[in-house]
Design a protein around this ligand. Structure first.
Ligand SMILES: Cc1cc2nc3c(=O)[nH]c(=O)nc-3n(C[C@H](O)[C@H](O)[C@H](O)COP(=O)(O)OP(=O)(O)OC[C@H]3O[C@@H](n4cnc5c(N)ncnc54)[C@H](O)[C@@H]3O)c2cc1C
Length: 483
């Protein structure tokens, strides 16, 4: 009797069964399929998952393991160097094939390339697949054959090719069982959950896993898609999809999102559907930038900013007040507290807090990116790098540095009733609309009457918005003159 062909499917950030080409290909080619997760955070250094990401990963793996068990299979969990762990599993199972879905960060590309070469050298059939992108980074180029540095023409080209995107693969039915003798670590053994339990807010907000992703998508399509264009900038309203952590961890893929939008609306080029897909396009664009400019998580894309005179005096206290949501500028503090509590922050507010840090406080964007990296459940090297560089004015397609967000105006415009600030800064809840975004403009007696004393109940603003704006512009003039 011949032994069945065995394949290993190496799960990484593709924690789903549906539209998973690595899994589908392995099932097509082999009778025996072993789903494996190997915990090797050091291989992603210096961008190994931060605290909030580790929390998500724990629950995402738990959900994947349950989905695999429901289908008759089992997730095999290992830790240590990926190549050695794969070789051990190959030896234990007699696997002749190994499949995985591609990642695009510099460290993961280097690791995966080395693993592929080594396993092929061992005589294995080894293949990688695309689960994460509508358009992989090397498939979209300018007419000159260069990567795009500007979003609009990039997306114009992509939007024309949306019809070519393959339909998502269905979830497989029953999966072959994994031999009982094959050892696996319990997910708990990976030590992903925090020892000091700060994660209650995350647990109250999210349902990691493919079922949670599908539920978010259903809610969004049913309740928010049509008004997305108008409501996506209002942080107090559930106007966006909140799919970002699910997309980052691959609990849903962009082909599935695109297909669901297509099923929901006849015309995907206009209205809420068009605006939403355009934002999904920013995810593609960011990945394309990271792939072609792999130095950008640490260095500005716009090289003039390498010599920017960031603030050095008193920087630590300023950074900490910003991190803790104690700047005294309500929309900023609301955002930073939303981030700390839920692991997510609304996009409009991400731009406002990033602008305050890099422009008014003149602290390096890398400091902000690091904090986001540790606290966001959707921390994603491509999107985070692009978002920070865009806001700091040193990235691709940048809003010029001299366009500095005024957080008071931003609050008044996008959180006009102040509900978002009241929710996250309850000490300001009694303030009327005209004061909620700038409590320091009220007479102290009036504030006292509303139960607020600045400096006691809520900080006085840590920075003079006008003066710091002028200083930021002066700093910008310096690098302009040097270039
Ligand atoms: C300073 C800064 C840092 C950021 N860091 C991250 C990060 O680490 N991870 C991350 O996923 N996003 C990041 N973003 C982008 C954006 O804020 C989030 O993707 C978005 O808020 C997620 O919410 P949503 O899923 O409801 O988005 P929706 O509005 O529903 O958009 C759908 C999807 O499109 C993608 N998307 C939307 N906006 C952007 C954008 N501007 N850039 C790239 N992709 C986008 C996301 O995958 C998102 O889930 C950052 C933005 C800024 C300004």
């Amino acid at each position: 009797m011949s032994t069945p062909r065995t394949a290993i499917v190496w799960f990484r950030r593709d924690l789903r069964l549906a539209d998973n080409p690595a899994l589908a290909t392995a099932l097509e080619r082999c009778a025996q399929v072993i789903p494996v997760y190997i915990h090797a955070p050091g291989e992603e250094a210096p961008w190994q998952p931060g605290g909030a990401s580790r929390w998500w990963l724990h629950h995402g793996l738990t959900a994947l393991a349950a989905d695999l068990a429901d289908a008759g299979s089992r997730l095999v969990v290992a830790q240590g160097e990926s190549l050695s762990a794969l070789r051990r599993l190959i030896q234990a199972t007699g696997a002749v094939e190994c499949h995985w879905n591609r990642l695009y960060e510099p460290a993961t590309i280097a690791r995966d390339t080395a693993v592929k070469q080594a396993l092929r050298g061992d005589g294995l059939h080894c293949d990688s697949h695309n689960a994460a992108m509508l358009f992989e980074p090397w498939t979209v180029q300018t007419t000159a054959g260069e990567p795009y540095r500007v979003f609009s023409p990039y997306w114009r080209q992509c939007a024309q090719k949306l019809t070519d995107v393959a339909a998502p693969l269905p979830a497989p039915g029953a999966l072959p069982p994994v031999p009982a003798a094959l050892e696996s670590l319990p997910i708990d053994a990976l030590g992903l959950l925090p020892r000091i339990r700060w994660d209650q807010g995350l647990a109250d907000t999210w349902q990691p896993g493919a079922a949670g992703a599908a539920a978010r998508l259903r809610r969004f399509l049913g309740q928010a898609l049509d008004a997305y264009g108008e409501r996506r900038d209002l942080p107090g309203e559930p106007g966006t999809s909140q799919l970002s952590p699910h997309l980052h961890w691959g609990e849903i893929g962009p082909r599935q999102v695109l297909a669901a939008v297509r099923d929901a609306r006849a015309d995907i080029t206009a209205g809420g559907a068009g605006s939403f897909l355009r934002e999904l396009g920013w995810r593609e664009f960011s990945m394309q930038l990271l792939f072609h400019f792999p130095h950008t998580p640490a260095e500005p894309l716009d090289t003039r900013f390498a010599g920017f005179p960031w603030r050095t005096d008193g920087a630590e206290g300023l950074l900490e007040a910003w991190q803790r949501g104690q700047t005294g500028i309500p929309i900023v503090d609301a955002g930073m507290r939303e981030l700390w509590h839920t692991g997510w922050m609304h996009n409009r507010v991400r731009m406002v807090v990033a602008s305050l840090l890099t422009k008014n406080l003149r602290l390096p964007w890398q400091e902000g990116a690091r904090w986001f990296w540790d606290t966001l459940v959707d921390a994603d090297l491509a999107n985070n790098t692009q978002g920070w560089q865009w806001t700091a004015g040193c990235g691709a397609d940048a809003a010029p540095y001299f366009r500095i967000f005024n957080p008071v105006r931003q609050g008044e415009r996008f959180d006009a009733g102040g509900d978002y600030v009241r929710r996250w800064c309850p000490e300001l809840a009694a303030l009327p609309e005209r004061l909620i975004h700038q409590p320091w403009t009220a007479k102290p007696a009036l504030l006292e009457g509303l139960g607020v004393q600045l400096g006691r109940d809520y900080p006085a603003p840590m920075v003079d918005l006008q003066r710091s704006r002028d200083e930021a512009l002066a700093a910008y003039e310096q690098i302009k003159q040097q270039s």
